[in-house]
Write a protein that binds this ligand. Sequence first.
Ligand SMILES: Nc1ncnc2c1ncn2[C@@H]1O[C@H](COP(=O)(O)OP(=O)(O)OP(=O)(O)O)[C@@H](O)[C@H]1O
Length: 272
Amino acid sequence: MKTILKTEHLNKTYRLGSFPRNVDIQALKDVNITIESDEPVIVSVVGESGSGKTTLAKVILRLVEPTAGKAIIYDQPIAGEGAKPARADFLSMVQPIFQNPFEAFSRYRTIDSYLYETATRVKRLNKARAIEAMEEVLSSVGLEYKDVRGKYPNQFSGGELQRISVARALIPNPNILVADEPVSMIDASRRMIIINLFRSLKQEYQTSILYITHDLATAYYISDYIVVMNKGSIVEFGKARQVLSDPQHAYTRLLLSSIPTLKQKWERVRND
Ligand SMILES: Nc1ncnc2c1ncn2[C@@H]1O[C@H](COP(=O)(O)OP(=O)(O)OP(=O)(O)O)[C@@H](O)[C@H]1O
């Protein structure tokens, strides 16, 4: 079995201000997660604002260095203690999808230039193969290369731009996509397109997804595993069905109770 995601005693402390008036904020407190599987998985990290979800995503994306501990993706140490892959190799393993697709692309650059750059620089494809790759990933997210070519970000809706971000992230065929609140800036009516896309891409590209969200309902809908965070610590972790049908921690129960329909659904499942 592969170690899809493992964190060992992961800690991150942000220091604000300078001595003697500095304040330490412990964003991650001894975070230990182990997910082993032969199949790709969708792991949701849920919790209220400030619980440390984004910091966890940033450590895994190597955007912040942990204060202690380490993170392993697909059997390779990628952050903290241990050997780490070079940047180019890392980008072929782990790709980000950010919250705001409008910030992911400059309004002065055509959208296809971003995809082309990823195909030629990260995946190191020649021009003809890069165009083929762009056609393939765009079609996987329900778009056509001919409709994207030469256009600028402001010619797309937020939902379309986020699908293009996902397409771009797929070009290197990464082991894992790290998506931090990927639908929160998108029109409510279009959110499920992205969520359903994650489910289908997991199979089509054999890609695992780390889905960071405060939305337990979508987490429940797509996850194989759920990690519940509160104040920098993991308070509950396990298979999604198990965590949501039989929450052990008071905080998870509180989160669940804030979504009445979901709670009723799980109570029905439990009673069947
Ligand atoms: N760059 C930073 N410098 C200082 N403190 C930070 C920094 N980034 C995050 N924090 C603090 O670390 C804690 C965890 O923040 P983090 O953004 O990881 O949580 P979150 O669960 O993702 O919240 P949200 O859902 O609001 O994004 C918070 O107290 C936050 O204020």
